[in-house]
Design a protein around this ligand. Structure first.
Ligand code: ANZ
Ligand code: ZN
Length: 844
């Protein structure tokens, strides 16, 4: 730490210092040094208390922490601290997602080795995290680019390979013909004319290459089912559900004139009588066989063009996309009408979904409709809506997808959709046209990266034996650090001779190593298990420790990880369960997303535009405690909002007032340790204030309402400031108020709370104290006696809650039997209300 005060210790605190003055820098450095010396935040597996695992998404070691990191980490730290004070044994670890593209780019651009760049960045970020005053147990730190960690990526890969959950298959990837390498999606730039290589500017296209995959689709159904039960934001659950994209329908078979069979997946098998043509994805394997001789050139040109489009463009539901296509010259037989229907190719049909081919029903599907209009293909109406004019294929302007009655469909005419869809599927199955099928949008996870800075994939290629897994006792396959960095666009591993050439573990002959590395999402798909036993040597993690700490009770992070990371993490958890490593199937019981801190102008903070706020400067000027409070007070944590640089002075002022109130109370020896439960009016007032604040702060913290929690603390201190020079400060209740204040502040402002706790004479550390409990006697609403008069004469006395609004008081007064008797059938002319004292009903 850079701002440490040498030789300081809590015992000599105050010597020669101005005790009434709040010096954030001095206090924070001194206590942090003490905490570190004492290992205050080390988590002991065997400590008493129920376990609580609070996890925050680990950062990429980009170099410096900005306020966004603080927002993501310091605020959950407040919650974790509160859990510890509530009696839980809390694990709140920290690590770095240390492999990845930016390190490699820095290497190529600035000639720094990715390892050096990463290690240096981690060192400076660690210092910055320390400044935050977070209760991180650094002894459990996990850094994914170390062999001790990626060893287990390789081990998991091999286990998955054994079970068929890892496999190799052809996939379309971007290929730069100039650099002779595969490009990541991020390295492809879209230009007016097409796509080009970010490095050399050459025109690039997609190529089919062998890649490694993880079979996440094997868990699609389970991911969908279990996902519904999680205590996660609905938004995230919905995104995952849509990403998995379960569709029920049928697979129908169409005979081709070539003798082949063409299967399609459809959610609307009831519309097969309206299928007037078929469409294949450009990559469909039957394209070549189906294409008639005279159509080959045109088809080849279309297929080549389609390869250029990105998956995202092609998936867009924009109907405009359904206006390009090409006829193959081939025909199929509609299995129910036996009509001869043409087979086309169009890129609105995706190879990766269903079977990569569709039956086109222009009257029922908008894209098919656009396509039929563009190429003048027949349209047949097969569903009539219940209301409105009868649909006529010659005049309709769009497809109809709603409910209705089946027409023009022979044996199923008159059936209702969607109600009778199951019967229709049964009919089609019984007559041999197809069967019920469920399809998912989810694709297997492509894990190969043609990149250097990642985990080597532990397989070798042998001419005699084929693909040979590296045996466990030869793990880890080390990533060579002496790879040459020349900006040729090639992964350095391809040209690293001693890495590339090896011997086959099976036959001992010459073999080549896999030069692709694993996607960094593989690293983050199990890292939280490693925190539970970071030094485990024989396995990815110690199953007993993982069982003890996992699942994670609370996971927090940005919404940008709603799909990929969180879905991969859930998948690998289920895989680990099926390997017998753990006994649960979901990694994160609760998920909370923080909002984004925007710049003062309300736009995204960015380094390049200079709108990023550096926490270090603020820490130096105001202290970490003020910054922590400020972040909490900016707005609801799950919403984020624009940064406001003035607000932090308000937080500093609050801390100073709390500091004054507590410090002065200690100095004033008038603090009376009288019997608890003292009932004199001043004491009761203080107790009511204290316990109501405890209740509010506890409630808000537990609900992640950090901003209103800070507001409750501010109000509390303001009240105490008003009372501190009066008789209230002489009561036994005052001491309880001071202690409660410090305890309530401890999670949010850990440094100053520790200082004030010491000043109150509390035992070290405030962070080991139990959380104060609100006493219901004092949080209950105060009852007062309300005098009820009629024309100034007392008629009744009611016990009511203090602070009753006038309307309620009037209703109560008018409901009193004694008042009703007195009034008879006279109507009151007016009602006078003196809050908490009396209601006077005036009649004339
Ligand atoms: C005939 C039909 C008639 C369809 C109709 C829809 C409405 P969801 O619901 O998203 O699962 N489809 C099937 N495979 C496709 C692919 N590889 N690329 C593009 N579209 C494909 O979508 C299923 C529907 O999308 C399927 O049902 C099919 O069109 C189309 F009135 O078949 B339908
Ligand atoms: Zn071999």
């Amino acid at each position: 730490m850079t701002d440490e005060v040498a030789g300081s210790s809590p015992e000599n605190r105050g010597d020669g210092r101005d005790r009434a003055h709040y010096d954030a820098a001095e206090i924070e450095a001194r206590w942090r040094a003490r905490w570190e010396a004492d290992d205050l935040y080390r988590t002991d597996d065997d400590a008493p208390g129920e376990k609580w695992y609070s996890l925050t998404m680990y950062p990429y070691p980009s170099g410096t922490l900005h306020v966004g990191h603080w927002y993501a980490f310091a605020v959950p730290d407040v919650f974790a601290r509160r859990q510890r004070m509530a009696g839980y044994n809390v694990l709140f670890p920290m690590g770095f997602d240390a492999f990845g593209l930016p390190a490699e780019n820095a290497a190529i651009r600035h000639g720094i080795h990715p390892a050096t760049w990463t290690v240096d960045n981690i060192a400076s970020m660690r210092d910055q995290y320390r400044q935050m005053g977070a209760m991180i147990d650094w002894s459990r730190e996990v850094v994914t680019c170390t062999p001790e960690y990626y060893h287990w990526n390789q081990w998991l890969f091999l286990r998955m390979l054994e079970r068929g959950l890892a496999y190799r298959a052809k996939a379309a990837v971007w290929w730069c013909p100039n650099d002779q390498t595969v490009l990541a999606n991020e390295q492809v730039l879209e230009t007016d004319g097409g796509f080009e290589c970010e490095r050399c500017g050459a025109a690039v296209a997609k190529r089919e290459l062998e890649q490694w995959f993880y079979r996440i689709t094997a868990y699609a159904e389970e991911l969908l089912r279990d996902g519904a039960e999680l205590d996660w934001p609905d938004r995230v659950k919905t995104m995952q559900r849509n990403w998995i994209g379960r569709s029920e329908g049928a697979r129908l078979s169409f005979a081709l004139e070539t003798g082949d069979t063409l299967d399609v997946f459809t959610t609307r098998p009831d519309t097969v009588w309206g299928a007037t043509f078929m469409v294949l994805a450009p990559e469909h394997p039957l394209v070549v066989a189906l294409t008639a001789g005279d159509r080959q050139a045109e088809v080849a040109a279309y297929v080549a063009r389609a390869r250029q489009a990105t998956e995202i463009e092609r998936q867009s539901t924009d109907a405009d996309r359904a206006r390009t296509g090409v006829f193959t010259g081939g025909y199929a037989r509609n299995p129910v009408t036996d009509e001869r229907i043409p087979v086309w190719i169009a890129d609105y049909v995706l190879m990766g979904y269903g079977t990569g081919a569709i039956m086109a029903v222009p009257a029922g599907d908008q894209r098919d409709f656009e396509f039929a209009q563009t190429f003048d293909l027949p349209i047949r109406v097969v569903v009539q809506p219940d209301e409105g004019p009868t649909l006529d294929p010659r005049t309709i302007t769009e497809a109809y997808r709603g409910p209705g009655t089946i027409v023009n469909s022979g044996p199923i005419n008159g059936k209702r959709v969607p109600e009778q869809l199951p019967e229709i599927i049964e009919y089609l199955t019984a007559t041999g046209r197809g069967q019920f099928e469920v399809t998912y949008r989810l694709r297997d996870w492509s894990i190969s990266r043609q990149r250097y800075w990642g985990t080597p994939i532990p397989v070798v290629y042998c001419d005699a034996c084929g693909i040979v897994p590296v045996p466990d006792d030869q793990l880890p396959v080390l990533l060579p650090l002496d790879a040459a960095f020349t900006p040729t666009g090639q992964s350095p591993l391809v040209s690293h001779e001693s890495f590339l050439h090896t011997t086959c573990p099976a036959c001992g002959g010459a073999a080549r190593r896999e030069t692709d590395t694993l996607d960094t999402f593989v690293d983050s798909s199990w890292y939280w298990f490693r925190y539970t036993s970071p030094d485990e040597r024989g396995k990815p993690f110690d199953p007993a420790k993982a069982k003890m700490w996992c699942p994670v009770d609370l996971y927090s992070g940005g919404i940008e990880h709603a799909i990929l990371h969180l879905l991969y993490a859930r998948f690998i958890t289920k895989v680990c369960r099926d390997f017998g490593l753990i006994d649960h199937g979901e990694p994160f019981t609760r998920l909370r997303n923080q909002g984004m801190i925007l710049s003062e102008e309300g736009i995204k903070m960015s380094k390049s535009r200079g709108t990023q706020v550096a926490p270090d400067v603020l820490v130096r000027e105001f202290g970490a405690d003020s910054l922590r409070l400020h972040l909490m007070y900016l707005g609801p944590w799950d919403q984020g909002g624009p940064w406001n640089s003035r607000g932090i002075t308000g937080m500093e002022r609050f801390i100073k007032r709390a500091f004054t109130v507590v410090s002065e109370s200690v100095v004033a020896s008038g603090v009376d340790d009288g019997p608890p439960g003292s009932t004199d009016a001043d004491g009761s007032r203080v107790r009511r204030l204290t316990h109501r604040t405890i209740a509010r702060v506890t409630h808000d913290l537990d609900g992640f309402h950090f901003n209103t929690m800070v507001a409750a603390l501010i109000e509390f201190v303001n009240e105490l400031m008003r009372l501190k020079d009066g008789p209230a400060a002489k009561t036994a209740a005052w001491r309880e108020a001071m202690e409660s204040l410090v305890l309530l502040m401890a999670p949010s402002t850990p440094h100053v709370a520790e200082e004030l706790w010491a000043r109150l004479g509390g035992s070290y550390s405030v962070h080991h104290q139990p959380w104060p409990i609100a006493d219901a006697t004092w949080t209950r609403a105060e009852l007062i006696e309300l005098v009820i008069q009629v024309n100034g004469k007392v008629r009744d006395r009611l016990n009511v809650e203090a602070g009753l609004p006038e309307a309620d008081a009037t209703v109560l007064a008018m409901a009193s039997d004694r008042v009703r008797e007195t009034l008879g059938d006279r109507e009151p002319s007016r009602v006078i209300y003196v809050a908490d004292r009396l209601v006077n009903v005036v009649v004339t």
